[in-house]
Design a protein around this ligand. Sequence first.
Ligand SMILES: [Zn+2]
Length: 338
Amino acid sequence: MVPTTSKCDAYPLRSHLASRIGGPHYVHAVGPFTDRDVPSFVSALGIPGIIDAHVHFLPPRVQDAVWRWFDRLDPPWPIVYRSGEDERLATLAALGVRHHTALAYAHRPGMLRFLNDHTLGLAASHGAVIPTFTIYPEEGVEAEVARCLAAGGRCVKVHLQVGGFDATDARLDGAWRLLQTAGTPIVIHAGAVADGSGNEQWCGPAPVRRLLGRFGGLLLVIAHLGAPDHDAFVALAEHHTGIWLDTAMIYTSPSYLAEVPVHLTDRVGALGDRIVFGSDFPTMPHAFAAQVRGLADLGLGDDWLRAVLWDNGARLFGLGMPTATAPPDSVPTTRPPR
Ligand SMILES: [Zn+2]
């Protein structure tokens, strides 16, 4: 079912939303309340499902280590979707996530082939998985990128904070050059999260600007809207058409830990063709539906939601699937994937 707009009174963004609700373009301004509601909410928008640009699939023992790290956090970070790999794939499918990445990342040299074999292998056996690989400043990384691109890789994950490296490390030059030439989207975690991970010196807008200064043609998807530096990363996206933003863990309703950056809503709305939905599944402290609802709560309209949940991701990852016909009560403004 698609909840009615009257339910918005229960949510913290209601005053912001109230100024936007009311016109025919905001018929889906209040999103799904539970995970069970997500597929019907999405199909009422007239899109085939969700493309999630920010989903993690690490090899099991690495995933377990990451979860043990989250278990130690204070305030607590309960992991809602903690289960085996097959169950997580089935959960995403049941949510109506038709395509998703498989982000993995290294915290030391020597892990690349192990991680990339896992994520590319998953994509080879599951059609919903976008072939994803990662890079690290180490000997042989350029050859590894070439190998992964040849194997069909369509997305790269870079985690500057966990990796603890300079994005402009000379050992990455060849890798960046290959990715720039291929036009491969790079989901880059560049925000310094204050969770005790350290490595803040490699994070923030400055290293990303330096990287773009050397490889201006890279297609970067700034994870988590660049939090906590959202303002600077939104400004960077406004001035650089190669910068996209993912929404993972930023727009949740209700919010968790950090407040939703509502002061950026109009600018994020204006960047609507370069914003992609991301969830950070499975290591999320709340239901998946909270992030879909968080986007709907922004009140940016059905066209914006269709673009963010589906069309932009299809274009970004070259998924080449036709855009579904919008329902009769809305006007589709989406463009075909290129
Ligand atoms: Zn993540």
